[in-house]
Design a protein around this ligand. Structure first.
Ligand code: PEP
Ligand code: MG
Length: 571
């Protein structure tokens, strides 16, 4: 059995698909004139192999998914056969370059040509060229690779790591579950898995022993993975799966009931979403609005910035779906583990502590203004709340307010339809902002506590690194004290305080957050029923008593044990 970190609930029994990526460094060396012909022959051989592979994928995709899906690979084959590309590569070899470097450089130059094109479809071809280049180089090196694109039937994906953009694009009918060697519960691929309801285990360590085609069991609730299990284990998990599905159906019956404690105190349970596609699940699980709309996914996995109009449509779609319920639109939070290939971002030694989120937006006001314009224009369709990520000092809020004033004046002058009726708030996810929450409360309309980052910065533990995940603890007394402080500062100034970090969806944390008076819990939609069930079974007096006892504990483990004992009949 492999034990990893439980990242997204659900039990899946299926076949494995192992993603094999090339991790080799690209070799670069000179070729002497007498060896150039054999280098050209090597190039041709690898090209033929690439062609056979692509044609194979195309054929099986056409048979399984239809001609439309398969057409993507026609475009790949056409690029591979383009004489202009072949000539550019051969020229480099004739000039003395080795075949791998020649393919890589010529494909990159070719891809840049597509990058610069006006037409959006043509710009999209740049990624195809880079893909072909990688496959060709791997064939030259004799490296076996298999990517998600090679996957032809529904399976459980095993990979070293998955980028948030890979996860965001996953088709739940095809990826039954996934398991990665690295990563933590709050890495963005884990968060995406929860919102797509794809069971997942991350940080599972070395997965070299798993082969494509193996029968596997993934338990996303416990973090356990079995490879080629015995009949007894298989039977045990088949029974567990039936029980899990029944419990899920039971919880779903709470959908239209309020998140009210037994004494009548009510809380808002909202959904975290990444794209307008997530709205359907949020509504199905009975979310009271959106507590976090991670707009960066609109900017990712593409070759250019989304236009104001495109953003307007996306935001409007979500706002319309929720009517009067608040939709908290978080402005672009890029950096850390989320990159934008078209925004030339400098390599940083510590990207999680670097120029990300609000820092990047304020440094690129033109880009930021486009997003603010789109939000204010879409805002007429619903109840928009604008939220700034990674705020560290009040000056960042003031600068954004100034930009908003400019954008409003601009829209007014243009005669555009837009709203001034929005709330402006910040995420509290940096300890300096948490400690100084009383000052911030006087600057903004609301707070939302981002525990994913707040925990990593408070405890100095990388949220993506499974080697230190034992220190990444929402129940760490220092974290709990900060949260209680933020809520009380917000309330002192009459401000609304929510939480949109993953801790809000952790049923065990609910009694403490209820005692502290958190107004809103925002989480992956599928976690709403579990948290609602806990809230509906407790009264505030009991929660306050628990919080009193928890404050006497000196470490997170003790607090966890205390809560588990208290909630054992509920969870
Ligand atoms: C957080 O940090 O808690 C948060 C919600 O933001 P993200 O996970 O996108 O960094
Ligand atoms: Mg964050």
């Amino acid at each position: 059995m492999i034990k990893g970190i439980a990242a997204s609930d659900g039990i899946v029994i299926g076949k494995a698909f192992v993603v094999k990526e090339s991790v080799l460094e690209l070799p670069r060396y000179g070729i002497s004139p007498e060896n150039r012909d054999s280098e050209l022959a090597r190039l041709k051989q690898a090209r033929n192999k690439t062609q056979v592979q692509l044609a194979g994928i195309r054929e099986s995709l056409a048979a399984k998914a239809g001609e439309k899906e398969a057409a993507i690979f026609d475009a790949h084959l056409m690029i591979l056969e383009d004489p202009m590309l072949t000539e550019a590569i051969s020229d480099k070899i004739v000039q003395g370059s080795n075949a791998e470097a020649a393919v890589c450089d010529a494909c990159e130059a070719y891809a840049c040509m597509f990058d610069a094109m006006e037409d959006e479809y043509m710009r999209g071809r740049a990624a195809d060229v880079r893909d072909i280049g990688r496959r060709w180089v791997n064939n030259l090196l004799g490296v076996e690779t298999e990517t998600l694109a090679d996957m032809q039937e529904a399976a459980v994906v095993f990979a070293h790591d998955l980028a948030p953009s890979d996860t965001a694009q996953m088709d739940k009918n095809k990826v039954l579950a996934f398991v990665t060697e690295i990563g933590g519960r709050t890495s963005h691929s884990a968060i995406m898995a929860r919102s797509l309801e794809i069971p997942a285990v991350v940080g599972a360590g070395e997965l070299g022993a798993v082969n494509s085609g193996d029968t596997v069991i993934v338990d996303g609730c416990s973090g356990e993975v079995f490879v080629n299990p015995s009949p007894a284990v298989l039977a045990e998990y088949q029974a567990k799966k039936v029980k899990y599905d029944q419990r899920k159906a039971q919880l779903q019956e709470l959908k239209d009931l309020p998140a009210a404690a037994t004494d009548g105190t009510t809380f808002e349970l909202a959904a975290n979403i990444g794209t307008p596609k997530d709205v359907e699940a949020a509504l199905a699980y009975g979310a009271d609005g959106v507590g976090l709309y991670r707009t960066e996914f609109l900017y990712m996995d593409r070759t250019d910035m989304p236009s104001e109009q495109e953003q307007y449509h996306a935001y409007r779609q979500v706002l319309e779906a929720f009517g009067d319920e608040p939709v908290i639109i978080r402005t672009l939070d890029i950096g850390g583990d989320k990159e934008l290939p078209y925004l030339k971002m400098d390599k940083e030694l510590n990207p999680f502590l670097g120029k990300r989120a609000i820092r990047l937006c304020l440094a690129n006001p033109e880009m930021f203004r486009i997003q603010l314009r789109a939000i204010l224009r879409a805002g007429v369709a619903g109840n928009p709340w604008i939220m700034l990520p990674m705020v560290a000092v009040p000056a960042e809020v003031r600068q954004t307010k100034e930009l908003l004033r400019q954008v409003e004046a601009e829209l007014e002058a243009e005669g555009a339809e837009f709203t001034r009726n929005y709330k402006l708030g910040i995420m509290i996810e940096i300890p300096s902002a948490a400690v100084q929450a009383d000052h911030f409360a006087q600057e903004v309309d609301f707070f939302s506590i981002g525990t994913n980052d707040l925990i990593q910065y408070t405890c100095a533990v990388d949220r993506m690194n499974q080697k230190v995940s034992y220190l990444y603890d929402p129940f760490n007394p220092a974290v709990l004290r900060l949260i209680a402080h933020v809520i009380s500062c917000g309330h002192k100034y009459g401000k609304f305080v929510g939480m949109c970090g993953e801790m809000a969806g952790e049923p065990l944390a609910a009694p403490l957050l209820m005692a502290m008076g958190l107004d809103e819990f925002s989480m992956s939609a599928s976690s709403i029923p579990k948290v609602k069930a806990v809230i509906r079974s407790l009264d505030i007096g009991r929660c306050r008593e628990l919080w009193e006892r928890a404050q006497k504990c000196t470490d997170g483990k003790e607090i966890r044990i205390l809560l588990e004992a208290e909630l054992k009949d509920i969870l």
